[in-house]
Design a protein around this ligand. Structure first.
Ligand code: SAM
Length: 229
């Protein structure tokens, strides 16, 4: 418990020169995103590519949690990446980019996608997870944190929240909101050749959003991949 608290302080401490609003936002994200539970599902060494990294809170947590991890964070929002880069200047083994092409030559051991997929239409979800399937090393880990669609009240609340964050708030989104049941993400991962190793509901009754974690592995021997047309 003490270890977790000190990790949170070390991660949030990296943002101490950012504005009060940014620090408040990141503090809330840390409280509501279950990062500590996600960390336990990512291998403690190797290269992690985090897609949709925002301010870089999760990539910074990944490297401060395990010194043998290296992280590349990608986000299409240049302003977020500039903020993340300012922080990363003091944090070893983490770098950021807003250029998708920069990821092309990487062979990550893990790919993480945290609270991003709801922003992508089905075709883009498939492209993104297809990229992970193509680029992960054999035996590599895919970690997804998603908002599911059950129970309906929590689903409704998370849609309202995302609508606020993508219209009035700071989240970059160009294609609206596209929620899927957790089972649909699982089916897509399996169709792309992943073996599902864990599916877990993260929220308790008092959390307002229906958060789930999906962990999958790219088999050491590639399976037949069915891309949906
Ligand atoms: C709710 S934020 C999550 C940020 C971060 N993963 C975290 O957990 O703190 C969603 C992020 O997805 C990014 N995003 C939007 N469209 C994207 C896309 N097509 N590919 C990757 N990231 C995208 C946004 O810029 C935003 O930073």
């Amino acid at each position: 418990m003490a270890r977790s608290r000190s990790l949170k302080d070390r991660v949030l401490g990296q943002y101490r020169t950012q504005s009060f609003l940014t620090r408040l936002f990141l503090w809330l994200r840390w409280r509501l995103t279950f990062f500590e539970r996600l960390l336990a599902c990512v291998p403690r060494q190797g290269l992690v590519v985090d897609i949709g990294c925002g301010h870089g809170l999760w990539p910074v947590a990944l490297v401060l949690d395990a010194p043998a991890r290296e992280v590349v964070g990608y986000d299409p929002d240049r302003r977020r990446i500039e903020q993340a880069e300012r922080v990363a200047a003091q944090v070893p083994r983490v770098r950021f980019t807003s250029h998708w092409e920069d990821l092309a030559s990487l062979g990550p051991t893990s790919v993480t996608v945290v609270d991003v997929l709801i922003l992508l239409p089905p075709r883009d979800k498939e492209r993104l997870l297809g990229w992970a399937s193509d680029h992960l090393v054999p035996g590599g880990t895919l970690l997804l944190k998603v908002n599911g669609t059950e129970p309906r009240l929590k689903h409704w609340f998370s849609l309202m929240e995302e609508r606020f964050m993508t219209s009035v708030g700071p989240t970059h989104a160009t294609s609206g909101l596209h929620s899927w049941p957790v089972a649909e993400y699982v089916t897509l991962c399996q169709a792309l050749g992943f073996e599902i190793t864990r599916v877990e509901r993260l929220d308790r009754w008092y959390h307002p959003q229906p958060h789930s974690l999906i962990v999958a592995e790219k088999p050491a021997t590639p399976a037949r991949v069915r891309r949906r047309s």
